[in-house]
Design a protein around this ligand. Sequence first.
Ligand SMILES: NC(=O)c1ccc[n+]([C@@H]2O[C@H](COP(=O)([O-])OP(=O)(O)OC[C@H]3O[C@@H](n4cnc5c(N)ncnc54)[C@H](OP(=O)(O)O)[C@@H]3O)[C@@H](O)[C@H]2O)c1
Length: 240
Amino acid sequence: MRKPKVLITGASRGLGLAIANALNDDYCLILHATKTENITHLKEGNYILAADFSKPEEVTAFCKELKAQHGDDLYAVINNAGINVSKPLSFQPEREIDNAIQINLKTPIQISKTAFKIFSVKQKGVIINMSSLVADTGNAYQTVYSATKAGIAAFTKSLAKEAGALFENNQIRAISVSPGFIETEMTAVIPQIEQDKLVANIPLKRAGKADEIAQVLAFLISDKASFINGSTININGGVL
Ligand SMILES: NC(=O)c1ccc[n+]([C@@H]2O[C@H](COP(=O)([O-])OP(=O)(O)OC[C@H]3O[C@@H](n4cnc5c(N)ncnc54)[C@H](OP(=O)(O)O)[C@@H]3O)[C@@H](O)[C@H]2O)c1
């Protein structure tokens, strides 16, 4: 039997790579990165679809390719690719603000839209969007980043409701995942003194591992999580 297809954006490293590792046995993966050559793992039996999401024309082409190549048997999409921006707002030029919104918010919305149209035919499918703890808590110097992540959580919740409003036999689920401080390249650039402060604020007194996010994602896209819909799932070691 053919395995169901799952798109994972940002699958070259960090959380996306850990998610790909967790799903590889049970699904046929469509692995995304900015460039084809950035996908160095799990290439066999899977597909690669590259695009730089900072460029709107590449996002449009990516969505078209996704529909054309995989529209018939797409089971789930995981919008994981993202960039962090840690900078005082006063020093953030407009083009950086636009870029963060383009990559972290507009692109997942466009990919979700493409997936939603595909899923509408069978009224079945799963969309998972990557939010962040700071969407809830806010954080100094992450104003725009946290806004994009709060936006994606609200979008996801509304999309779950929209599927319910549109379809009589709705089995389309949309969920956002909100990690806290997880060890990846994205957080490796945080100065050690700041990392120590973040860890001190986590009741489990450590940063999370990428696989601890990936295992939850594997559960969420499976039928075992068939009644989880519209929620934001917090994975942060107990930060409340
Ligand atoms: N790590 C954390 O503590 C944490 C906490 C909360 C939320 N998150 C969220 O979780 C997601 C993954 O984070 P991570 O820590 O795994 O990040 P990461 O290690 O920096 O990896 C980022 C991924 O996004 C892709 N990407 C970056 N810029 C892109 C662009 N312009 N176009 C297309 N793809 C692009 C990268 O692809 P290339 O390799 O090709 O550049 C890479 O695969 C992000 O949405 C992040 O905001 C992370």
